[in-house]
Write a protein that binds this ligand. Structure first.
Ligand SMILES: Cc1cc2nc3c(=O)[nH]c(=O)nc-3n(C[C@H](O)[C@H](O)[C@H](O)COP(=O)(O)O)c2cc1C
Length: 217
């Protein structure tokens, strides 16, 4: 795959098959992601990989937490849509509508929601932290690392999704993964191979450049 193919064919996968990702491949993907730039080469990230029995435990705890409506404990709180700037709210609205049109029926939306509760049936989840004692720039750097990771995965035929759902219950995750109190768990990226579910073919819209590029000659 050339770079254009990698970047345009990556999309969030919400239904993974049970096929595991080989350890060598994971190492390759993380090695490539580690080329991401960061402030003064600070490389502020730590990566916790959950698979096998540990991930099964995490999934069971997540399903239970969802069922009993446990209070969420993310490091970065989500912001209610009404507080977002108009143009961003409109982009989110357009995506929701396009997804609704794509799935066609409420039944498929139920599957979409169930996929979240099941942590997308992913065989591997990467949990990413930065030090609690970090500047905002480390968050920026972690974003660069995350995108490098998803593209490196795609280049090796491995699908992914970055999802809030994965790190909603940070308190229990930190305990299971033995993440020290000195680190903030920021993001989760699920890796694996897409199954044949139609929702995996959904492609989210992008606005034209004219709406966000401001050129001054
Ligand atoms: C920080 C972040 C959090 C996200 N959280 C979720 C989530 O909880 N559930 C979900 O289905 N998708 C989640 N997504 C995926 C986005 O919906 C998706 O990236 C966006 O719609 C663009 O689609 P694409 O990734 O297929 O290009 C998240 C993406 C990001 C970057």
């Amino acid at each position: 795959m050339d770079f254009d193919q990698i970047i345009t064919s990556r999309r969030s996968i919400r239904f993974f098959s049970s096929k595991p990702v080989a350890t060598d491949l994971l190492t390759e993907i993380l090695t490539l992601a580690n080329y991401a730039p960061s402030w003064s080469d600070s490389q502020p990230w730590q990566v916790y990989l959950a698979q096998g029995e540990t991930l099964a435990k995490i999934k069971a705890a997540h399903q239970k937490a969802t069922a009993v409506k446990l209070a969420t404990s993310p490091t970065l709180a989500p912001m209610r849509r009404r507080f977002w700037e108009d143009f961003a709210r409109e982009n989110m609205h357009n995506n929701s509508e396009a997804m609704r049109a794509f799935v066609g029926g409420a039944e498929n939306l139920t599957e979409f929601n169930q996929a979240q509760t099941d942590l997308f049936n992913a065989p591997v989840i990467c949990y990413l932290t930065i030090p609690q004692k970090a500047p905002d720039w480390s968050l920026f750097d972690l974003g660069l690392f995350s995108q490098s990771l998803t593209l490196a995965a795609k280049s090796r035929g491995v699908d992914s999704i970055i999802a809030y759902e994965l790190i909603k219950y940070t308190d229990q995750l930190k305990a299971t993964l033995q993440i020290p109190a000195s680190e903030n768990l920021i993001a989760g990226i699920a890796l694996g191979y897409r199954d044949s579910h139609a929702l995996n073919d959904y492609q989210s819209p992008r606005r034209p450049l004219a709406e966000f590029v401001h050129t001054f000659d």
